[in-house]
Design a protein around this ligand. Structure first.
Ligand code: ATP
Ligand code: MG
Length: 493
C-alpha cells in the first residue's frame, strides 16, 4: 500500500483538546490495519498521530509536539531506522521505538547499539506489553524534559550569581577607590597624583610610611583602579611568618618538600597571576628571601620549594614598609638591587602629624562612620575638642585617630556633639601643661604644644634606642625621676 500518493497520507488522530496534559505519540506504518490496531491498543490516553510513510511522519514531527515515535521497520520508501534517524534531527528528545517482525532483527543491531532507539517491539505484539513500554518511555521523556528545565533553571541561577558576583566586586572596588582615602592636605594631593598615574602602569611601587598611615589602603586603591582590577589582589605580611613558611606561602611547594608538606601547594605569586601581590613589611625579609624576590621581579620566575622547575608568572608587585629601607641598604640589611626593583615608584605617606589639616576631615569621616554603625546621632566636635585632636601627636597615625573616635562614640551616651572631656585622657593632658593653662595666649599655647611634642618624641626615641628608662634618662641628660614625671605629664605609658 502506498499512501504517499494520498497527499502524504497525514491524519491527525484523537488529539484531545486539552493541550499540555496528554502526550503526543506518532505512529508510522504503511499498513492501515496495523495503525488501527495500535490506536486501539493505546486507547485514548494520548494524543495519537498516524502517518503511512516516513516522509509523512517527518511532516508531522515538524508541526506537532511529539514525545514518542513508534515506527515500523519495513516500509517501501523509507525504512523505520532511516526514518527514526531523521526524526532525531527534528525532535532530539522524543523517545524512539521500532516495530519489527522477528525476521529482520539482525539489521537493527547498529541502530540499537548506537542508542538511537529506546526499544524495539516485536510483531505481533502483546497489547499489555506495548502499553507498559509506552508508559515507561513517556516517563523517561518526562524525566528528560524535567532535566532540561532544571538545567535551564540552573543556568539562570548561575547567570544571576555571576551578576551578583560582579556587583560585589564593584562594591569592593568602590570600597578601595581613591575617594575612600580621605585627605586634602598638599602632601596628600601630591600623593593622589602619583597614585593615579602609577595605577595605570605595571610599575613596582614601594609604599613607605609609619604604622597606621594608610599603606594598605593605598596599595588596594592602586590595584582596584588599574587595569588588573578584575584579577586577584593578594596580600602577604612578610614579617608574620618564619622563613621557610613564607617561602612556601609565596612560591608554593611540592609534596614532601618539608615535614608537613602533605600535598602540592600553589604559591601566592601563582594565585596572583595577572593580578597584584602586596608584600607588606617587605623590609623584614631575610637575605635568602630577598634573592628570590629579586628573581621574580627581574624575570617573572618562581620555583616552588622542592621543585626543580621554574614557572613564569605575570604579577604586579606592590610592597610596603615602615622601615627606612635606604638606611637598611646602607647597613647591608637590605639588598640594594632589590630595593631599586621595588621602588620603581615610591609613595611616601607622611605621618598624620605632618598633615594636620587632614585631621578634621578624617575625624568627621570616622565620626559619621561610627555613629552610623552604632545608631547614634552625633554630628560633630566642639572647637576645643577638635583643637585637641589637631594638636595631638598621633604616633599611631590614622588608625589611632579612627580608634579614638570610635571609642568616643561608643561611650558617648546621649549627646550630639563631642566635647573635650570625652576625649581620652592622654589627648587632653599634654596640650594644657601646668602654667600655660588659663590665660595663656594662643601662640604661647601652641609653643607649649610644640615643645611637648618634641619632648615626647625625644623620650620615645631614647627609650626605644636604649631599651630602659634609666639609660634613656642618662642619654637625655636628666635625672630618672624627672623623666618619670615628665612622661606622666605627657601621657606616655
Ligand atoms: N587617608 C585615609 N583615609 C581614610 N582612612 C584611612 C586613611 N589612612 C588610613 N586609613 C584607615 O586607617 C587604618 C589603618 O590604615 P592602614 O591599614 O592602611 O595602615 P598601614 O600603613 O598599612 O599600617 P601598618 O603599617 O600598621 O600596617 C585603616 O582602617 C584605614 O582604612
Ligand atoms: Mg598595613
Amino acid at each position: 500500500m502506498s499512501d504517499a500518493d494520498k497527499g502524504a497520507g497525514l491524519e491527525i488522530e484523537g488529539a484531545r483538546r486539552d493541550p499540555g496534559t496528554p502526550y503526543g505519540i506518532l505512529l508510522v506504518d504503511d499498513e492501515p490495519a496495523i495503525l488501527e490496531s495500535l490506536k486501539l491498543t493505546l486507547g485514548d490516553d494520548y494524543r495519537l498521530y498516524t502517518a503511512s510513510s516516513g516522509e509523512a511522519g517527518l511532516g508531522i514531527l515538524d508541526r506537532e509536539e511529539i514525545a514518542l515515535v513508534i515506527a515500523d521497520q519495513v516500509m517501501p520508501t523509507m525504512s523505520g531506522v532511516e526514518f527514526l534517524e531523521k526524526a532525531i534531527e527534528r525532535k532530539p528528545r522524543a523517545i524512539r521505538m521500532l516495530l519489527t517482525g522477528y525476521s529482520d532483527l539482525g539489521s537493527l543491531a547498529r541502530a540499537i547499539n548506537e542508542g538511537r532507539i529506546y526499544r524495539y517491539l516485536t510483531k505481533p505484539w502483546e497489547p499489555d506489553e506495548i502499553r507498559l513500554n509506552v508508559k515507561r518511555a513517556l516517563e523517561a521523556y518526562e524525566l528528560a524534559t524535567e532535566n532540561t528545565q532544571l538545567s535551564a533553571a540552573l543556568a539562570d541561577a548561575n547567570e544571576r550569581l555571576r551578576a551578583e558576583n560582579l556587583y560585589l566586586r564593584r562594591q569592593v572596588e568602590r570600597r578601595y577607590a581613591f575617594d575612600q582615602i580621605i585627605g586634602s592636605s598638599p602632601a596628600m594631593e601630591r600623593m593622589f597624583e602619583v597614585m593615579e598615574k602609577v595605577a595605570e602602569t605595571d610599575a613596582s611601587v614601594l609604599i613607605t610610611g609609619e604604622t597606621g598611615s594608610g599603606k594598605d589602603l593605598v596599595a588596594r586603591a592602586i590595584h582596584y583602579s588599574g587595569p588588573r582590577k578584575d584579577r586577584r589582589f593578594v596580600a602577604q605580611n612578610c614579617a608574620a611568618l618564619p622563613d621557610t613558611l613564607l617561602e612556601s606561602e609565596l612560591f608554593g611547594h611540592k609534596r614532601g618538600a618539608f615535614t608537613g608538606a602533605h600535598a602540592d601547594k600553589k604559591g601566592l605569586f601563582e594565585v596572583a597571576h595577572n593580578g597584584t601581590i602586596f608584600l607588606d613589611e617587605v623590609g623584614e625579609t631575610h637575605p635568602g628571601m630577598q634573592v628570590r624576590l629579586l628573581r621574580v621581579l627581574q624575570d617573572g620566575e618562581i620555583r616552588p620549594l622542592g621543585s626543580s622547575k621554574t614557572r613564569t608568572v605575570d604579577v604586579r608587585v606592590i610592597a610596603a614598609t615602615n622601615r627606612n629601607l635606604r638606611d637598611d641598604v646602607a647597613t647591608g640589611r637590605f639588598r640594594e638591587d632589590l630595593y631599586y626593583r621595588l621602588r620603581v615608584v615610591e609613595i611616601e605617606l607622611p605621618p598624620l602629624r605632618e598633615r594636620r589639616s587632614d585631621i578634621p576631615l578624617l575625624a568627621h569621616h570616622f565620626l559619621d562612620f561610627a555613629s552610623h554603625k552604632m545608631g547614634r546621632k552625633i554630628h560633630g566636635f566642639t572647637n576645643a575638642a577638635m583643637d585637641r585632636l589637631v594638636a595631638y601627636e598621633w604616633s599611631g597615625n590614622v588608625r589611632e585617630l579612627a580608634n579614638e573616635v570610635e571609642r568616643i562614640v561608643a561611650l558617648a551616651g546621649d549627646t550630639d556633639t563631642i566635647a573635650e572631656d570625652m576625649l581620652s585622657e592622654h589627648l587632653r593632658r599634654p596640650a594644657a601643661p601646668a602654667g600655660a593653662a588659663g590665660g595663656a595666649a594662643p601662640e604661647e599655647a601652641s609653643l607649649n604644644r610644640a615643645v611637648d611634642a618634641l619632648k615626647r618624641r625625644m623620650i620615645q626615641d631614647a627609650i626605644e634606642q636604649t631599651g630602659s628608662k634609666t639609660r634613656a634618662a642618662e642619654h637625655l641628660g636628666i635625672p630618672r625621676q624627672s623623666l618619670q614625671k615628665m612622661m606622666k605629664r605627657l601621657g606616655l605609658p
